[in-house]
Design a protein. Structure first.
Length: 204
């Protein structure tokens, strides 16, 4: 009975999480400014939802392990595997909790920088060797010197500022190599200008 309940809870978490995390346009195409930079952040609560979803499989492992212990016991190897799985689940959950507070992308005239819970990655616009757009997942993917990779989700408030920066700073040959990506950037930039006009202001 415990296993059935655990699987049911896990299924509900996956269904609800999948619906809540579906790709959606950002609430605003312009982001808040910090000095000369624009700070892009993911939708509030998104990483917290991922953190909760990571707990689901961890609880399922604990329920399965507890059931196994009651029925036939568990050896040292089994205990070690369960402990590793639980530690991994808790680690993933903690990562997303940190991401809820720390994850951001900073854009200015010089380049773009992404801050994640465990690292910071940045590159100048002129250093971008490839920029691509995934229309299904709705994120931009940039490759720089030395294999540097950087992701910018489209659902971040301020994605219009990112589009402006990329169109102005990325080398024309790099943009021309990805016409679909250039078109997506141009569309976002145009929508951001429409947002400015509707709000009665021009971007700083």
């Amino acid at each position: 009975m415990q296993l059935i309940i655990a699987f049911a809870v896990l299924g509900l978490l996956l269904v609800a999480g999948g619906w809540l995390l579906r790709p959606v346009p950002p609430a605003r195409l312009r982001g808040p400014r910090s000095g000369t930079a624009v700070v892009l952040r993911p939708p509030r609560g998104r990483n917290a939802i991922l953190s909760v979803m990571a707990i689901g499989p961890t609880l399922l492992v604990l329920v399965v392990a507890a059931t196994a212990v009651r029925r036939e016991g568990m050896g040292t190897i089994g205990i070690a595997i369960v402990a590793l799985a639980v530690a991994l689940g808790l680690g993933v959950s903690a990562y997303f909790l940190l991401a809820e507070r720390r994850m951001q992308v900073r854009v200015d005239a010089r380049g773009v920088e992404r801050t994640d819970p465990l690292r910071r990655t940045g590159m100048a616009w002129a250093e971008v060797e490839k920029i691509a757009y995934n229309g299904v997942s709705r994120w931009f993917f940039l490759t720089g010197p030395g294999g540097i990779r950087l992701w910018v989700p489209e659902n971040m408030a301020g994605i219009g500022d990112f589009a402006d920066g990329a169109l102005a700073g990325v080398r024309p040959a790099v943009l021309a190599a990805e016409p679909a990506t250039k078109e997506a950037l141009e569309q976002l930039a145009a929508e951001a200008r429409e947002e400015d006009a509707a709000g009665g202001k021009a971007p700083a």
